[in-house]
Design a protein around this ligand. Structure first.
Ligand code: ZN
Length: 152
């Protein structure tokens, strides 16, 4: 019994400490979008008709997006219905690090299979074309819509 308890405790500790690795080239520490003319990048930030359900990590248009864990790619994600935002309407749903999450605004290299931590997932899409002057960023959203901030 004691051995089981120790194993369970060890697993809990691993899950508690899980942290995203570098997501974007040029942003080694996963610096977050703060505030710009389009809004703020933190979880729960106000939007016109809702609140922001993710955390925005700074990423220049055209930069390389990396796998933050050893990940499995579940599928491609459609971000918008609005056709005026087609230039950035792409992303991925992933599992890795014991987490399920989505990354928005990236052109994926592939939409299935696995990618090792630190290897390419794709390329940051041209966000300035859709939101001129915004701090271009990858949007990180947990599959259960919980706050991703503790993992950064
Ligand atoms: Zn966002």
């Amino acid at each position: 019994m004691r051995r089981v308890a120790i194993v369970v405790l060890a697993l809990l500790c691993v899950t508690d400490g899980v942290q995203f690795g570098q997501l974007c080239s040029g942003n080694a520490r996963n610096r977050r979008r703060t505030s710009d003319s389009w809004g703020a990048g933190h979880f729960g930030a106000p939007r016109v008709t809702r609140t922001h359900r993710g955390l925005d990590i700074v990423c220049a248009d055209g930069a390389t997006v990396y796998a933050p864990f050893d990940v499995t790619i579940n599928r491609k994600v459609i971000v918008y219905i609005d056709p005026t935002k087609a230039a950035i309407n792409n992303g991925l749903k992933l599992t890795g690090g014991g987490l399920c999450f989505k990354l928005f605004y990236i052109q994926p290299d592939k939409t299935s299979g696995t990618v090792k931590k630190g290897n390419r997932l794709g390329t940051m899409l041209p966000m300035q074309q859709v939101y001129p002057g915004i701090t271009s960023h990858v949007h990180v959203q947990m599959c259960d819509n919980s706050d991703p901030t503790p993992y950064f």
